[in-house]
Design a binder for this molecule. Structure first.
Ligand code: SF4
Ligand code: SF4
Length: 126
């Protein structure tokens, strides 16, 4: 992914317009069955690797609302597919290309963020 939005989010929606990958949707548009918060589509997030600071983090007024998740790469395909089964994610399924899982559609990620920090869903800080 990438990044996740947590239940600290106040649904101000400020981050949505800032995302260069159109990866963020409001709670009302969340693809999750019971999505109560602004949602990041892991299959779209590119961790703003070209910038010094992720745009969503830069725009967000709420500490702890945005946290790290595992890289969206083939190595973590099972992690994301299991999360998809559990309803943590709702990964896009294309009619012809199938599910946009990390193995099918890997995304860039920040190598400076450790896997431990990502496993802990550590809040972004810069
Ligand atoms: S890190 Fe960048 S690409 Fe990912 S959701 Fe935030 S703004 Fe969008
Ligand atoms: S800017 Fe922060 S608080 Fe506002 S919707 Fe996005 S994640 Fe939630």
């Amino acid at each position: 992914m990438a990044v996740m939005i947590t239940d600290e989010c106040i649904n101000c929606d400020t981050c949505i317009e800032e995302c260069p990958a159109t990866a963020i949707v409001s709670a009302d548009d969340s693809p999750l069955e019971e999505g109560e918060y602004t949602y990041v589509k892991p299959e779209k997030c590119i961790e703003c690797v070209d910038g010094s600071v992720p745009k969503c983090f830069d725009a967000c007024p709420t500490p702890g609302a945005i946290v790290w998740d595992l890289p969206y790469t083939a190595e973590y395909d099972d992690y994301y597919l299991e999360g998809n089964e559990e309803g943590i994610y709702k990964i896009r399924v294309h009619k012809k290309k199938g599910i946009f899982s990390p193995a099918n559609q890997p995304k860039p990620f920040r190598e400076a963020i450790s896997i431990e920090e990502r496993m802990e869903h550590k809040a972004l800080e810069f």
